[in-house]
Each structure stands twice: as structure tokens, then as C-alpha cells.
Design a protein around this ligand. Structure first.
Ligand code: DX5
Ligand code: ZN
Length: 211
């Protein structure tokens, strides 16, 4: 039985006190810390890189779940591994053969995830299901926190759970309501940025997501 995992995305944290924010969500019951990396090419936004993972590594014992929304993930795997990433997820829509990127992450003995955007079908990643530890289903167009959950993505989660028995992570617009739908559809790892870091009480928000 897979454990339900809550992974707050620091994209919505107060970056002027990022270390404290991470300690607070850890104390509030978060299971993983989700780090959204964007390069301004794969998605129309630029966020953070390995240096931020390196700086938060000593602050938390929680696994750091890095989500690479970048054009050439293969160029940065080593630096994220050295910075302290535990899980590295990249997007199937990149130019390079995903199998090469998976092999590289495996070489560093880190957990591997593959992610698909809302408009990308499951069929495009079926050939790597046996090679990855997790599939990340985007429920918003990647690039920004605080967007609305795309309900049309729920059948994709249900379809995936029928054929994929490992971790299914959902990311984008997850809140108390949509978390129910995601868990019912078979997801077990919930990323939430604005819902957690926008809350007054992080523990209450995390418990509501856990249901
Ligand atoms: C969007 C990011 C998501 C986002 C989640 O591209 O991948 O992780 O930060 O933020 P919320 O939970 O606010 O939609
Ligand atoms: Zn993310």
C-alpha cells in the first residue's frame, strides 16, 4: 500500500525567509520538499537552480523532490545531485531521449520521475514505466504557481493507476477539494504550493490535503 505523501512546493514560499519556511512546513507535517526548477525556455518562467537546493539541504531532513521544467535536464543532473536532491523528475516533452536522462539519474543512484504536461498523453511515456520510480501528472500548464486545477486531467490519473503501481505525483492547483479527487483517482503524492504557503496554519492545510 503506497503512503500518501504531501510535498509542499517552495515556489510559493516567502523567499526572504526560505530556510524558516522549510523548517515550518517540516514541523507542520510535510513529507517531501518540492523544488520547482524553471529555465525560461521549457516554460515561460525562471525560478531557481542547484544553488538553492544546496542552501536548503542542511535545513531539512525531508527528501528534496526536484521537478525540472527545463529544456536540457541532462546537463544539470550532476549539479542537482551534488546539491543534495533525492528525487529528480524531468519532462517527457524534452528533445533528448528520456531513456538517456533516466539512465543518468540512475547512475547517481537517485530516484527518477518522469512528468507529462496536461496535453501530453500517457502513451508517450508507457515505454519508460518500468524504468522510473514515479510519474508526475501536471494538472496545470507548468510555469507558475497559483493556477486553477485542470479537472480534465483526473481521468489520466485513473488510467495511469490501472497500469502503474508505483508513486503517482500530482502537481498544480492542488487544494483541499482537488486533493480529494486526486487521491480518489489513484494519486498518492500531492504537490501543493499556494494552498500550503498561502495558509495561516501550515499544519492544518497539510492535514486537510491528507484528508
Ligand atoms: C507549476 C509548478 C507547480 C506549482 C504548484 O509549474 O510545477 O509545482 O508550483 O503550485 P500551486 O500548488 O500553487 O498550483
Ligand atoms: Zn512542480
Amino acid at each position: 500500500m503506497l503512503k500518501n505523501i504531501i510535498a509542499p512546493s517552495i515556489l510559493s514560499a516567502d523567499f526572504s525567509k526560505l530556510g524558516q519556511e522549510i523548517k515550518d512546513v517540516e514541523k507542520a507535517g510535510a513529507d517531501w520538499i518540492h523544488v520547482d526548477v524553471m529555465d525560461g525556455h521549457f516554460v515561460p518562467n525562471i525560478t531557481i537552480g542547484p544553488i538553492v537546493v544546496k542552501s536548503i539541504r542542511p535545513v531539512t531532513k525531508l527528501p528534496i523532490d526536484v521537478h525540472l521544467m527545463i529544456k536540457s535536464p541532462e546537463k544539470y543532473i550532476e549539479s542537482f545531485v551534488k546539491a543534495g536532491a533525492d528525487f529528480i523528475t524531468f519532462h517527457s516533452e524534452i528533445e533528448k531521449d528520456p531513456k538517456e536522462v533516466i539512465k543518468l539519474i540512475r547512475y547517481y543512484k537517485k530516484k527518477v520521475g518522469i512528468s507529462i504536461k496536461p496535453k501530453t498523453d500517457l502513451i508517450s511515456i508507457e515505454n519508460v514505466f518500468s524504468m522510473v520510480d514515479m510519474v508526475l501528472i501536471m494538472t496545470v500548464e507548468p510555469g507558475f504557481g497559483g493556477q486553477g486545477f485542470i479537472l480534465d486531467c483526473l481521468p489520466k490519473i485513473e488510467e495511469l493507476r490501472k497500469i502503474f503501481k508505483k508513486d503517482i505525483e500530482v502537481d498544480g492547483g492542488v487544494n483541499e477539494m482537488t486533493a480529494r479527487d486526486c487521491l480518489k483517482s489513484g494519486a498518492n503524492v500531492l504537490v501543493a504550493g499556494s494552498y500550503v504557503f498561502g495558509a495561516k496554519d501550515y499544519a492544518l492545510a497539510i492535514n486537510k490535503l491528507r484528508g
